[in-house]
Design a protein around this ligand. Structure first.
Ligand code: NAI
Length: 359
């Protein structure tokens, strides 16, 4: 990893650009600050449609290179997601490396906010895995280029419920078209990951009458889902090969890879997790095996629609719900395009999104 040290905005010892030969990212910066303990990578993939918008992940990465890979993949995914959702934003993402011990978290996020500020509006941040509305409130003390904040009595804050709603309507579209079922009542759906989005999704699916199979590495969450939703628990390893109508990956990325794709027995895969495919070729394999994969960046846009509209001053929750509901139509359009061409949905969606990235 080549680093060009460049002191910016008082961050120490430096906030430098990382040169990334072989990727088409506009800018990637490594931010290190000894005082607060911050180690972060901010990746701006594209500002063609507008400022790069995408959340901040706070995660215990095994190495800085692993964090960089995640930042590059996630930020590119945001470009596709924002374009397909017709948002006036490009794609970016930040990752912060979680350390075994961290002192003052408020200071950590305020320092991260200074790093965001140093982009002068070219990058806007919000919540992602491991970050909360309270963390974003700390970021807000340093920069106005942050969203997902609670606004008294008004729409805003935690984007997860909107993400879950978008995934839910995506599942509804896929089940009605591909399985010819008019409703979700009795459909068997496996949810991997019962965090903010997975849990909300289970609520909606259960209310619609679906039978749930669930897995999480956190046993407490699994037990809660069994009690709350009458769900059947399986191990995190088993869930990918569960024989179900729909598999909804709602944990972390790259779960659909060379070794796991062969084991998928669901008819349809639709979930919230970003970058579910380790590579586009894994989407080809799913297609060959007759599994219809609805890409994450098409169905999980509810959260970014939420924080984007909040940033742009929208105050009506209903207006945002209506916009997120359009994901259902986009899922239908994807199915139409796949039926018309016979090509793998992952490739069709990728090309569709990229065709929208122009000034
Ligand atoms: P979260 O951190 O609240 O939940 C993730 C859950 O997955 C946790 O309960 C965790 O224990 C579980 N998990 C981790 N590894 C697992 C494994 N191997 N097997 C089973 N469970 C496992 O995260 P959140 O916010 O619910 O996000 C879930 C996914 O959706 C992430 O990939 C995120 O990037 C994506 N996403 C989230 C959005 C949001 O609005 N929160 C927006 C768009 C995408």
């Amino acid at each position: 990893m080549a680093i060009v040290p460049k002191v910016r905005d008082g961050l120490s010892p430096y906030a430098g650009s990382i040169l990334q030969p072989g990727t088409d990212h506009e800018e990637v910066r490594l931010v290190l600050d000894e005082d607060s303990g911050l180690e972060a990578i901010i990746a701006v993939h594209s500002t063609v449609r507008g400022p790069a918008f995408g959340g901040c992940r706070y995660w215990a990465y095994p190495s800085r290179d692993a964090a960089l890979t995640d930042a590059l993949r996630l930020s590119e995914g945001m470009t596709l997601k924002n374009a397909l959702a017709d948002l006036p934003f490009g794609g970016g993402k930040a990752v912060m490396l979680r350390k075994p011990t961290q002192g003052d978290c408020g200071k950590l996020f305020r320092t991260f906010g200074r790093a965001v500020k140093s982009f002068d509006g070219k990058y806007i941040t919000a919540e992602d895995v491991g970050t909360t509305v309270a963390d974003m409130a700390q970021v807000r003390q340093s920069t106005k280029h942050v969203s997902g904040l609670s606004r008294d009595g008004q729409f805003g804050g935690n984007p997860s419920p909107m993400t879950a709603f978008g995934v839910f309507v995506g599942i509804r579209a896929a089940v009605s078209r591909l399985l010819k079922r008019a409703h979700l009542n009795g459909a068997i759906i496996a949810v991997q990951g019962l965090g903010s989005v997975g849990w909300e999704l289970c609520q909606r699916l259960r209310a619609a009458g679906a039978e749930l199979i669930v897995a999480d590495i956190d046993d407490g969450r699994v037990q809660a889902a069994v009690t709350h939703f009458g769900a059947t628990a399986v191990s995190p390893k088993e869930i990918l090969s569960a024989k179900v109508d729909v598999l909804a990956p709602c944990a972390l990325g790259a779960v659909l890879n060379r070794s796991s794709v062969e084991r998928v027995r669901a008819q349809i895969v639709v979930g919230a997790a970003n970058n579910q495919l380790a590579a586009l070729a894994d989407g080809d394999l799913l297609h060959k095996r007759g599994v219809f994969y609805v890409p994450d960046f098409l169905v999980n846009a509810g959260g970014i629609i939420s924080v984007a509209r909040e940033m742009l001053g929208e105050t009506s929750e209903q207006a945002v719900l209506d916009e997120v509901a359009q994901i259902e139509g986009r899922a239908h359009e994807l199915i139409d395009r796949v039926k018309a061409t016979g090509r793998p949905p992952a490739r069709v969606a990728d090309e569709w999104a990229r065709s929208k990235v122009h000034r």
